[in-house]
Design a protein around this ligand. Structure first.
Ligand code: ATP
Ligand code: ZN
Length: 210
């Protein structure tokens, strides 16, 4: 039988904790920074190191059987995958923020305004649900500076401590989504005995950390 594959982030905020979780499950592997794929020596599993944005679709399409990725990325890609386990790390909140001097008070005040974000799908869904029609401007990075550059009236982005907002003269306006790292699988694979064994190990690592 072919080894299962799990996709984790190659580098970034989820990489270290994803690697640590798998090591705590007793999996032995080299964490080569330069390679895309590594084999676990004592478990029938291969690890793919990818950009987080690609993980939901790789799992949906069956290129990887499992993945560890932020819930925000799953929601943004709208990939059809199964949530196996919430992992308790990579916690953050996606918020709409506005300039300190903004007079916006309610969501309706965003009607007709421009909102900059790297998460247009999640934002659009939230605005639609609330009957707000705003102009979504897609920006891939440094979203927080766009109001100061007069590119937008508000932003929608990941906020953890709020420090980045403050240093850019912004304040939180609305919480849209809470996110944490999730173990996902392709639909229908969770009855696989190797997946079950890995799930049991992950759950006991999580319980031990409580
Ligand atoms: P990649 O190079 O893989 O595309 P990235 O730059 O898109 O990485 P990171 O900044 O490493 O992504 O964040 C990965 C995930 O970590 C986010 O999608 C989110 O789920 C989570 N996260 C937790 N806290 C934060 C935070 N303060 N800022 C950004 N992401 C956070
Ligand atoms: Zn990314």
């Amino acid at each position: 039988m072919k080894n299962l594959k799990i996709a984790i982030q190659k580098s970034g905020r989820l990489n270290e904790k994803s690697v640590q979780l798998l090591k705590n499950c007793g999996l032995n592997f080299e964490n080569y920074k330069s390679s895309l794929i590594t084999t676990v020596s004592n478990f029938p599993l291969e690890i793919l190191f990818l950009r987080d944005d690609d993980i939901p679709e790789y799992v949906q399409d069956g290129i990887a059987d499992l993945g560890i990725v932020g819930e925000n990325v799953i929601a943004e890609t709208e990939a059809d995958v199964r949530y196996l386990q919430r992992l308790g790390f990579g916690k953050c909140t996606l918020k709409i923020a506005i300039p300190n001097q903004s007079e916006a008070r309610t969501l309706a005040d965003l009607d007709g305004k421009a909102i900059a974000t790297s998460y247009p799908t999640i934002l659009k869904k939230f605005l639609d649900e609330n009957g707000v029609s705003a102009d979504i401007r897609i920006i891939s990075g440094s979203v927080e500076i766009s109001p100061a550059l007069e590119l937008s009236d508000a932003i929608f982005d990941i906020v953890s401590t709020g420090g980045t907002l403050r240093s850019n003269g912004l304040k939180p306006f609305a919480d849209v989504m809470a996110s944490e790292a999730i173990l996902i699988s392709k639909n229908g694979i969770d009855s696989n005995p190797v997946v079950r064994e890995l799930m049991q190990r992950i759950q006991s690592v999580l319980r031990a950390a409580e």
